[in-house]
Structure formats: C-alpha cells, structure tokens
Design a protein around this ligand. Structure first.
Ligand SMILES: O=C(O)CCC(=O)C(=O)O
Ligand SMILES: [Fe+2]
Length: 536
C-alpha cells in the first residue's frame, strides 16, 4: 500500500519541529529534540573508532574495519524503505502523519515489522556469541528488545554497552529511560495483584470509569499566597482561581486584539493525530499567520481543526507579553532568576487558540514544571490525575521522557486497560475569567468545549524544585541548554527562598526578578521540608 508519508521515514529524521519559527523552546518541541538521537547512528563511538591511531598493526586494523550496528529506529526505517513497505500491503493504513516517531511506532508494531525485529534480535545475538562484543552491538540489541517490550533484556544489554563505553551519554540517557519504564511496570504489577473488579462495576455489573472529583474553585480574594503555596502547590492539588484572568492584561484580550497586535506573525499550528506518539498527540500541521488563523477560527468553515498551541509570546510577539501581569501565585518563578538566554526563561507566557472540539490528549508537562492557564474566551474541560496514578494510565516512554499514554480517555476501555479502574480523576470546566493551576507531574487531558483563547506558563518554585533538578539531570545528558540551566540551579547560593508577601508582577518586574533581595524571604527549602514531613 502506498502512502506519501512513508518518504518521511528517512535514516535521518525529517524533524517534526524543523519548521519551527524561532526556537520557542516549547515543551513539545523540547521533547522531540531530546529524543532525536535515537534516530541517529550512535556515532560518537563510531567517531572515536574512525579516528585511528597513526600506526596500526594488522589486528588493530581488522578491529577498526567494522560497520557500526544501527539502533532499532534507524534499522527499521532502512528496512521499511527497502523491503517493509512492500510487505505491509493489505494491512492497516499508515497513520496520517509525517512524524517519523509516530510512523516508526506503527511499523514496529505491524506484523512484518515485528518479524523483522525478531530476526534482528537473532542476528545480533549470533554476532555477540561469535565474539563481536562491541558496545554498538549490545546497544542495538538492547534497542530491539525495547521495541519488543522486553525491558529486562533491554536493560541487561545496554548495561553491556555501558560497561564497554561508560562515557557515552546517549547510552546513559536510554538507560535512565528504560529504568523509568521498568519502575512503571513494577508499580503496575503491584496494583494488578490487588485489583478489585467489583469496586468499579455498577449495579448491573458493568465496569465504569471512576467518577471524577470536582477541582476546587476559589475566588482570588479568598486565596492568599500562603494558602496557595501550602495547600495546593505543595500537596500537588489542582485549583481554579476565579476572578483573576481579567486582572492579568492591560486591556481585555479578545481575538480582535490578538489579531491587531500579532496578526502578521507566522506560527506553526498543530493538529491532533490519534496515533501520534508526540506530546499530547499534537503534531505540526502548517505554517500560517496569526491573523489568517484567527479568521479561519472565527469563520464557519473549518475543514481541518488546527490548534495555535503554546506559542511563546516573549519570543514571538513581545508587545503582547508586555501587556501581561503575572499573578503572585506564579510570580516567584525560579526560571526568572537565571541568566539571560537560559533555557525556558523566555518561553512563557504562551498563547493558545483552539476551535471547539479539539483536544490536547493525556500528557504530563515536561521537566516536572508547574503550570498555569488563564482563560479569556470559551470553556475548556480538564481531567487530571494525581502523579501517583501515572502507572495506572499506561504510560510509555518512546523517544523522550514525556510519556505517551495508550489509553483513550474519550472512551476508556476498562477491559483492555484494567488498571484504569483504580485511578482517581479530578475534573473541572474552566470558564472565561478563570485561572487554573496544574501541579508538576499531574497527567491531564484538555478538551476545548468552545472556541477558546488562553495564555499559560510553566514555572519552577520550591514546590517542584528538586523534581525539576532531577529531570534536568537526565535531559542534560543530551541537551547542553538543560545542563546550563541545571548548573545555575545547583550553584551554592542559588537564590531559592520565597516570600509570602509576594505581589502580582508586571511583565518587566517579573522578568527583572533576578535583582530581588532574597535573603529576607521566609519560605526556605527547610520550611518546605518541615511542612512536607508533617503532612506524611
Ligand atoms: O489547553 C490545552 O489544550 C492544554 C494545555 C496544556 O496542558 C499544556 O500546554 O501543557
Ligand atoms: Fe499540559
């Protein structure tokens, strides 16, 4: 079966983010960047080998003359282009995607793809048995085991590669990912043992998705900074703050206002691809101006639903960013205490415009960041899960540390995914004028009930600081910008105290927060630790 998209599966990925405007560093973009090495040959080892010493004896020469084993993604895409695509005829259609990660996952799960993976596993095992015990052979074998879902063997063989090439940060990154998947599996097995099917059957014995608790709504006048920080941020509890969004912009934000200020700016809008393995199942759709996009959204003819998603205002339209006041609850953002140009410092607030019916599928915000969203127009239905529920939602870590979830929450299948019976969802309908807080690590799904207009930001404070540092530690294995950010956070004396006297901050004060005097701030890492230990 022919499909134009197959041409996108090249040995070197055609980046799904290749057309991005100006390095907006949005979460979804970062995730595809970090994982992209999985597509490359693991060539740092090859480079070492390809740089031979000046004088070599014959046996050394023989040792140099090997062809490096490609990792599973590269191997599968080569196989697909030469052989696989002819074998697939008659099978299910390829996903309607040009994203290499999405396509390769489909191929790996197809009948012929699985057979190819199994034959590669046999071939690589023979190679090792025949004495070719190079790190690239072990790493390649590990990557095929991972494709088959055999985590134990994937880990064992990657350990073999790391033992022989301990400095390879790509191997280390993959090992961290395999271990994370392994711990998810272990958590799932524990719950499966105790699963009580009856607990979620209705009177007729039909399985039902657990009823969601409503997220608390608190009026801004009734929510002090201290209450927000201790009761919600530190306990990973989402909250809707009412009456706040209107205070956040110098003039009311409407579609017309956005069009006037940003109409000529170009943006890559996204579309939801059900089979996608990208963050929130959103993939790049097309390049268009903000003005054209708003015209389409406001007109009735909307053949294809696209999302203006997480579009960085500081990077793309600073004059809109300057109109924003950051509410006190989020204004203590540690990202603003880093040097100019640091990763994420200028990524937010970002703009969201969507037509009714479009969803951001289940996802977790990257690098353990906290999140807020202010809604100006339309309604959005949010469903959240506690971070401890993550394994019950069947997460998979494919090409990044941002999990992709197998379950479809629009019609959850409790037979196929029995662990879903044990989740404890919360939900809310965000109304215009509301501001939502989503704590770090909470999986969530969002459905636009109407045409909507919103802004959002991701932030770091003492409620998620240590988790953020852990995530950056892993990301920094492959991403020098993550390393640079982490180094600033780790410096002794990084100013991480917070103050409950904090006030809302106009844009220039917020971004200039690096000059504040933190010594007098009374919320310290010790205060937080004490508070959390008393909660237990
Ligand atoms: O409003 C949406 O569609 C989702 C926003 C979100 O969860 C995010 O940007 O992380
Ligand atoms: Fe999110």
């Amino acid at each position: 079966m022919e499909n134009d998209n197959i041409e996108y599966i090249s040995e070197w990925p055609i980046s799904s983010t290749g057309s991005h405007e100006n390095d907006t560093q949005s979460l979804s973009q970062l995730s595809s960047g970090v994982g992209s090495f999985l597509w490359r040959r693991v060539n740092s080892f090859a480079k070492k080998k390809a740089d031979p010493p000046k004088k070599m004896n014959l046996s050394q020469k023989r040792e140099e003359a090997f062809e490096e084993e490609p990792m599973a993604n590269v191997s599968l895409s080569r196989w697909w282009r030469t052989t696989g695509k002819t074998l697939l005829s008659g099978e299910q259609e390829l996903p309607n995607s040009v994203n290499p990660n999405t396509l390769i996952r489909f191929i790996a799960r197809s009948g012929p793809g699985t057979e190819y993976i199994q034959s590669e596993i046999r071939r690589l095992r023979c190679k090792i048995q025949a004495g070719e015990r190079r790190p690239d052979v072990y790493a390649a074998l590990s990557s095929f085991y991972e494709k088959m879902g055999n985590l134990s063997l994937a880990i064992t063989h990657l350990e073999g590669a790391i033992e022989k090439y301990p400095d390879n940060s790509e191997y280390k990154w993959t090992m961290a990912k395999l271990k994370r998947m392994y711990s998810v599996r272990a958590a799932q097995e524990k719950v499966l043992v105790k699963l009580n099917i009856n607990s979620c059957s209705n009177r007729d014995g039909v399985l039902e998705f657990p009823t969601a608790k409503q997220v608390k709504r608190v009026h801004i006048e009734d929510l002090s900074y201290e209450d927000f920080f201790y009761k919600f941020a530190l306990t990973s509890t989402p909250v809707v703050i009412t009456g706040l969004a209107a205070k956040m912009t110098a003039v009311p934000w409407t579609m017309q206002h956005i069009k006037e200020k940003a109409g000529d700016c170009a943006v890559t809008v996204k579309k939801m691809i059900p089979a996608s393995v990208e963050w929130a199942r959103l993939e790049d759709a097309k390049r268009i101006t903000v003005g054209e996009y708003i015209d389409i959204i406001l007109s009735d003819e909307r053949s294809e639903k696209t999302y203006l998603f997480d579009w960085s205002l500081p990077l793309n339209c600073p004059q809109l960013a300057e109109e924003i006041t950051i509410p006190k609850y989020f204004a203590g953002d540690f990202l603003q205490r880093t040097s100019a140009g640091s990763l994420y410092k200028d990524s937010w607030p970002s703009l969201f415009i969507a037509p009714a019916g479009l969803t951001s599928e289940l996802h977790v915000d990257a690098f353990a960041s906290n999140f807020w969203m202010a809604l100006f127009q339309g309604r959005k239905r949010w469903v959240f899960f506690d971070p401890v529920d993550l394994p019950l939602l069947y997460p998979r870590y494919e090409h990044s540390f941002d999990p992709v979830f197998d379950v479809d929450l629009s019609c959850p299948d409790l037979e196929q995914y029995p662990l879903l019976r044990n989740v404890q969802p919360r939900e809310c309908i965000l109304e215009p004028g509301d501001v939502l807080f989503v704590p770090a690590g909470c999986p969530h799904r969002v459905e636009n009930l109407d045409t909507s207009l919103a802004i959002s930001g991701n932030f770091v404070d003492l409620s998620n600081f240590s988790r953020v540092k852990d995530e950056l530690q892993i990301n920094s294995l492959l991403d020098p910008r993550a390393r640079h950010l982490l180094d600033q956070f780790l410096v002794e004396g990084f100013r991480c105290n917070m103050s409950s006297d904090i006030t809302d901050m106009k844009w220039e004060d917020y971004t200039g927060a690096v000059h504040a005097n933190y010594e007098h701030y009374e919320i310290t890492p010790e205060t937080v630790k004490d508070y959390l230990s008393k909660l237990k």
